[in-house]
Ligand binder design. Structure first.
Ligand code: GUN
Length: 283
């Protein structure tokens, strides 16, 4: 068997075109990204996000702060952005330098501008199964599954990774769509026993090629969220050889990556609707 590749690019392009239309129709959407320090991987992500926002016609602001910025100074910066009527959506790139309490910063972002869905109110709304801002990567994965008419209702889904940004929200979205969800992580015993049962397997760990073909259910769906920079170039969390076992699989690069950017812009549109009062913020 050779899996059908679930490519992110064409879906992402369509979403980005829809977002650009929305910007034209409404005139203005303001997205600010905040990067503290000069982590090279974060710089790449921020550059891509900023470029995409500009291409969609956003009022895209790129705030860069030195690595030694204090927690109080960053909080003050967030307060300014919360109050700025031109800003609909705020993204503080993670990880933050070690001396800054990430949770405190994320809690300070106005929940209706929290484009990553990381504020406790938004995370709580997701937990309660209410519509809210949910991180772009899990939202993008759901769009990819829907695009290929993959049946989620009743499916066994296994998510490897329990991060706040991908693993946990991913598991909640799959559960909301009536999958039976297992979350695996670094302490899981006998990981293959779980993954081999997965009709839908989502790998979001950040360990190059940790999912080998013999861990994948024949005819299953494999979503590879990993983007790992190695000497061999960009590789995912899943060995590409798994495509010989799975029925559907996302490539790396060109799979989930483009969806994350597109769905970030889509989330910013949602923030703009909250600010304009077209959509009631649920929190
Ligand atoms: N770091 C890696 N991915 C992300 C993301 O999607 N959002 C934020 N804020 N930080 C990240």
């Amino acid at each position: 068997m050779s899996a059908t590749l679930i490519k992110g690019k064409p879906i992402a392009e369509r979403i980005r075109a829809e977002v650009a239309e929305e910007v034209k129709a409404t005139g203005h959407i303001g997205l600010v990204t905040v990067l503290v320090g000069d982590d090279p991987a974060s710089e790449v992500y921020i550059r891509l996000k900023h470029k995409a926002a500009l291409e969609a016609g956003f009022d895209a602001r790129d705030v860069r702060l030195p690595a030694e910025t204090s927690e109080d100074d960053l909080l003050a910066q967030v307060a300014v952005l919360n109050a700025d009527q031109e800003i609909d959506a705020i993204l503080v790139q993670l990880p933050l330098p070690g001396h800054i309490d990430e949770a405190r910063i994320l809690r300070a972002i106005a929940p209706a501008k929290d484009v990553d869905g990381l504020h406790p109110v938004n995370a709580g709304q997701l937990f309660l199964g209410k519509p809210t801002l949910v991180g772009a990567t899990p939202v993008g994965v759901m769009a990819m599954l829907r695009e290929h008419a993959i049946e989620i209702d009743g499916a066994r889904a296994v998510v490897i990774g329990r991060s706040n940004i991908v693993g946990k929200p991913m598991a909640h979205l799959l559960m909301q769509a009536n999958a039976t969800v297992t979350i695996c992580h670094s302490h899981t015993r006998d990981l293959p026993r779980h993954t081999l049962e997965a009709d839908i397997l989502v790998a979001a760990v950040g360990v190059p090629m940790m999912v080998s073909p013999d861990m994948v259910k024949t005819g299953g769906v494999v979503i590879d969220v990993g983007i790992n920079r190695t000497e061999a170039g960009l590789v995912g969390d899943v060995d590409p050889g798994a495509a010989e076992v799975a029925a559907f699989m996302t490539p790396v690069p060109g799979g989930v990556g483009p969806m994350t950017i597109a769905c970030l812009l889509q989330n910013a549109v949602r923030c703009a609707r909250y600010r304009r009062g077209e959509l009631a913020y649920p929190g």
